[in-house]
Ligand binder design. Structure first.
Ligand SMILES: *Cc1c(COP(=O)(O)O)cnc(C)c1O
Length: 450
């Protein structure tokens, strides 16, 4: 295994090191200021104020070094302040910061669209449009699908997360905290049963789970009314659920036969995270449209809809865009991030990280029956916690183990409809040593709680 690590340009010592309690006095002072000026609705998982980050380390205002197993929610896949990202952003920001691509264009935008055409699944002619956030990309995928098909209805899945704007809240499954009190929501959204192997009759095949969803679509919506099926090929916020093999290909095939667009939301799973460039690649699924964001630009805000050229071009001139979409600095960052992914073979690095995480999680699960399922792909792994021997979610244990990790300097996240999924999203720039140390802590967390 190659030991070249993306983001190795960092000067930060790659070691966990706590010099105060977590959060320390300076972070607590800053937190009081946050409380005064930042709306309470904007929550914080771990209130340490970050001053530097790189490799697999976050350094806070008190001088503590924490191990990062969250990547800012799957964003800093190439590492924080990765060398190619920094260099290209610095050059671009000094040259010009904005023109609005809809007013006067520039190369960076077109270069990112060309890279997306090359890297996303399928070898058909593809085009892209760029936006600022994942939710905005999903909204635009729906706009494009409606114009291209002349139909209105949108199908989404149980446990789905697609964003926090009005349309994407309607597409998102979970009420708290994403939707509660924010309605009324956009119409013509239909929710289908997902393939969730851990919570289903053992052995149900992906094709059967797809048939169940398709039957519901045909009976309750009708293909003649359906513009698109939007699905995360691996659920993100919904709990890192990998659908049973055959589920995604069967859905995509039904869409193709019924003039329905198959839209893969790869905002969390895309860009090397799962050990392939895109999660669809694991089963050779070629979506009509794919949405990307998060990992695409090494931390700068950028998102894209990429798809079949004929579908993308169905929209009238001027119908897609936005003031900042495809900002030149964000595009420079994306080109730098993609360069890091290629030159360090980050899909392979994600697979190597998976093998370490899987080995460690299997060993921890052997000692702690609360760990009922280990799942995910690449550097997108999770464990689902249940009362031993049942499917009853144990969110309290997930919270306790998370709090333990945070207290000793490992940044971990939870997810899942019941909040009982512990997820691991290290930057692919983390070293093997640091990753092993982080999982020593996760093991301690289970020994110390419950
Ligand atoms: C994060 C996420 C979104 C929303 O992206 P934002 O940039 O937060 O708007 C949409 N879909 C998936 C699968 C995501 O993980």
């Amino acid at each position: 295994m190659s030991t070249t690590i993306a983001g190795s340009g960092t000067s930060l010592t790659q070691q966990r090191n706590l010099v105060t309690e977590i959060p320390g006095p300076r972070s607590r002072e800053k937190l009081a200021r946050k409380k005064q000026y930042v709306a309470d609705g904007v929550g914080t998982t771990l209130p340490i104020f970050v001053e530097a980050a790189g490799g697999g380390i976050l350094v806070d205002a008190d001088g503590n070094s924490l191990i990062d197993l969250g990547s800012g929610i799957a964003v800093t896949t190439v590492g924080n302040a990765a060398p190619e990202v920094v260099a290209r952003v610095q050059q671009q920001v000094a040259a010009f910061t904005h023109t609005c691509f809809m007013v006067t264009p520039y190369d960076g935008y077109v270069d990112v669209c060309a890279a997306l055409a090359e890297l996303t699944p399928g070898d058909h002619a593809k085009k892209s449009a760029l936006f600022n956030s994942g939710a905005e990309a999903v909204e635009n995928a729906v706009k494009i699908a409606r114009v291209a098909t002349g139909k209105d209805a949108v199908a989404v899945f149980d446990h789905a997360y697609h964003g926090r704007t009005n349309l994407t809240m309607a597409m998102t499954a979970k009420n708290m905290p994403y939707k509660n009190g924010f309605g009324p929501f956009a119409g013509e959204i239909y929710r289908l049963p997902m393939s969730y192997p851990f919570r289903e009759t053992a052995g149900i095949k992906g094709e059967d789970a797809a048939a169940r969803a398709i039957d519901q679509l045909e009976k309750q919506v009708g293909a003649q009314n359906l513009a698109c099926v939007v699905i995360e090929p691996i659920l993100g916020e919904g709990g890192f659920v990998v659908p049973a093999e055959g589920f995604l290909p069967a859905l995509a095939a039904w869409c193709r036969e019924n003039d329905v667009l198959f839209v893969a939301d790869e905002i969390q799973s895309g860009f090397c995270r799962t050990g392939e460039w895109f999660a669809c690649n694991h089963e050779g699924v070629v979506p009509d449209l794919i949405t990307t964001a998060k990992g695409i630009a090494g931390g700068l805000p950028l998102a894209a809809v990429t798809g079949r050229a004929d579908v993308m071009d169905a929209v009238h001139v001027g119908g897609l865009g936005g003031t900042y979409g495809g900002n030149p600095v964000a595009c420079a960052a994306a080109l730098g991030a993609i360069e890091e992914m290629k030159s360090h073979d980050l899909p392979a690095r994600a697979r190597a990280i998976e093998s370490i995480m899987r080995r460690r999680l299997e060993a921890i699960a052997a000692d702690h029956p609360v760990i009922a399922d280990i799942r995910g792909r690449g550097a997108m792994m999770a464990i689902e916690l249940c009362k031993p021997g049942t499917l009853e979610p144990d969110a309290a244990r997930a919270a306790a183990a998370t709090a333990y990790c945070h207290g000793v300097g490992v940044v971990t996240l939870t997810c899942g409809t019941w909040g009982n999924v512990f997820r691991f999203l290290p930057p692919l720039s983390i070293s093997d040593e640091l990753l092993e140390e982080a999982f020593d802590v996760v093991a301690e967390a289970f020994a110390a709680t419950g």
